[in-house]
Write a protein that binds this ligand. Structure first.
Ligand SMILES: *Cc1c(COP(=O)(O)O)cnc(C)c1O
Length: 226
């Protein structure tokens, strides 16, 4: 089933987004076993993302052959466990986190590739910089010598108001393009989960994070974004 789902998803994104960009599929692997994750990798997944440091660490050596993303809320006291291990951190959502990442990365002589998380729906339950502050945040964060900002990430609100979701996506795409004009390191707009990724891709997302649609329903409740 996983193999089939992965192949279907990869085939569907193979043509890229309407802006002519390649779309990267990140498998969101929270609650999945190393066997399940390795099956997804064998089926063609090249990028996997955990949203909790404990799971990231526990499965690290048992999973083989994929870029390791960190996609969940990151507590500063857990940053040390990710140093040297991540391909991309999607959840750079506050200055204190950047401070800690900088400190630890510098000590390890490593550069952390990061996306700036934007709370595009300005939801109280979600982290991220407010959309109107995102550009300022970028200017500040790009100055950290051991962080390399590669783009922006957002999670859309749960809503069936397609007009609203399209408008929020377009706002993210505009921000992404604005930053990309200033900085050749900016490459990724990470936006889209199982329920909304097609809408996100239509609006110019080039990195999607899929869990349920690859692996099926999660077997035990994991606090979203915890
Ligand atoms: C779990 C998770 C996803 C994937 O969610 P699905 O709805 O299962 O596709 C994407 N992004 C983040 C940050 C997640 O924690």
């Amino acid at each position: 089933m996983i193999t089939e789902n992965v192949k279907k998803a990869l085939a569907e994104i193979a043509g890229g987004n309407p802006f002519g960009e390649k779309i990267t599929l990140v498998a969101a692997t929270k609650t999945r076993t190393p066997d399940e994750i390795n099956e997804a990798i064998k089926a063609g997944v090249c990028d996997i993302g955990e949203n909790k440091v404990q799971e990231f660490t526990q499965k690290f050596d048992a999973v083989h052959g994929a870029n390791r993303h960190f996609i969940g809320h990151l507590q500063t006291n857990k940053v040390k466990y990710l140093i040297g291990k991540t391909y991309l951190i999607h959840s750079l959502d506050r200055t204190e986190l950047a401070d800690e990442l900088q400190k630890r990365a510098e000590k390890a002589n490593w550069t952390a590739d990061c996306l700036i998380e934007v709370n595009i729906g300005s939801e109280l339950s979600k982290s991220g910089f407010e959309p109107e502050n995102a550009e300022n945040a970028y200017e500040k964060l790009r100055a950290y010598p051991n962080l390399r900002i590669r783009g922006v990430m957002a999670m859309l609100p749960l809503s069936d108001d397609t007009a609203l979701l399209n408008a929020l996506c377009k706002k993210m795409r505009a921000l992404f393009e604005k930053l990309r004009e200033k900085d050749e390191n900016i490459k990724y707009l990470s936006m889209g989960m199982s329920g909304d990724w097609r809408l996100c891709v239509e609006n110019g997302s080039n990195m999607i994070r899929l869990g349920t649609s690859l692996f099926g329903p999660r077997r035990y409740p994991a606090a979203e974004n915890a």
